[in-house]
Write a protein that binds this ligand. Structure first.
Ligand code: SF4
Length: 329
């Protein structure tokens, strides 16, 4: 199975004080190194889970892949097209094929528009349907996500959190995309609703042949939905592999620490129990030198604060970036 999405050397840096105030004062604040050279392949029809703590850059990576945030450097190939090289019009067409489901559906839905208006806007914008066809397609996708035609004239605040996320999913899928970034799609929901939304996303993936990049800070969710897992720390992928490999034999001390924090993850690697994650994520405006995990890593040596480790191939597509794996730390 080939890669539908192929990310190479992707970088996204930005000034911490952007916008009007920054322009008026000329003070653009510190440089945030949100994504720092990511390579990632996402196989067609698969789910790649992207896991990491809040602030590690995973949402920025998802948005940079879709060019909702313009990358600073690197390339994103989608089905053999270099997305990063497309002009605005070509990118608009491409965006039909690459959609996003947001964490907070309420914030992402215009409160002054009805569900019917929200859903029909992308169809009109891209000229994908006209007249009665717009309503038919809208009702069809609403019904597929568990809503109905009676909801068309209601406003977002008239729905529960779970229903709003169903609207967010329907809005993404009405464009018939091939690739969807699911950005923490269940994090804002009650636990009882989370399972329903995850199940719905799984069904839709099978039905429409979708490819997902599923972003979450919850290793239990990631372990459940993913074919492959990529572990992100301070803007870099530090470990990547098939789900069973990463969960059963985590190679990077950071992955081991993530697994140690959730003992209920079935078959979590035995080594995970020995590593506890201490302290907070360092600021991405001033990441540590060498291995960026060295300030929190219980296995760090003198070399770790100086040399950044490269990815080590562990077989079966499993890779991790740690000096311990080269036997020369
Ligand atoms: Fe820890 Fe060093 Fe490995 Fe980084 S390279 S994860 S600091 S042992």
């Amino acid at each position: 199975m080939g890669d539908l999405v192929s990310v190479s050397g992707l970088v996204k840096h930005y000034d911490s004080r952007r916008g009007l105030l920054g322009r008026i004062t000329g003070n653009h604040g510190a440089r945030v190194q949100a994504v720092n050279g990511v390579d990632l392949g996402i196989a067609r029809g698969s789910t790649t889970g992207l896991i990491g703590e809040s602030g590690c850059g995973k949402s920025t990576l998802g948005r940079a892949i879709l060019r909702l945030h313009e990358p600073t450097a690197g390339t994103v190939r989608f089905d053999d097209t270099d997305v990063t090289g497309l002009d605005a019009e070509a990118m608009r067409d491409m965006r039909r094929r690459m959609q996003i489901i947001f964490q907070d559906p309420y914030a992402s839905l215009n409160p002054r528009r009805t569900v019917g208006e929200i859903m029909s806007k992308p169809l009109r914008l891209h000229g994908l349907a006209r007249g009665g066809e717009i309503r038919d397609r809208t009702v069809e996708i609403l019904e597929r996500v568990g809503l109905n035609a009676g909801h068309l004239n209601r406003y977002p605040h008239q729905f529960s959190g779970g229903q709003r996320q169903r609207i967010g999913i329907a809005r993404a899928l009405i464009m018939k995309p091939e690739f969807v970034v699911c950005d923490e799609p269940v994090s804002a929901l009650d636990v009882s609703i989370q399972a329903q939304i995850i199940e719905l996303l799984e069904e839709l993936k099978r039905e429409f042949g979708l490819t997902y990049l599923f972003i979450s800070h919850d290793i239990s969710v990631i372990g459940y939905v993913s074919d492959r897992i990529a572990v992100m720390y301070l803007g870099r992928i530090v470990e990547e592999g098939q789900t069973a490999e990463v969960l059963n034999a985590p190679a990077h001390p950071y992955t081991q620490a993530l697994l140690a924090s959730v003992p209920q993850v079935e078959n979590a690697g035995k080594r995970a129990a020995s590593v506890k994650l201490k302290g907070d994520l360092p600021s991405p405006t001033n990441p540590p030198t060498g291995c960026s995990f060295h300030t929190r890593c219980p296995a760090a040596t003198g070399r770790c604060s100086v040399d950044a480790p490269g990815a080590v191939d562990l077989g079966k597509g499993h890779r991790a970036a740690c000096h311990l794996l080269t036997g020369a730390s």
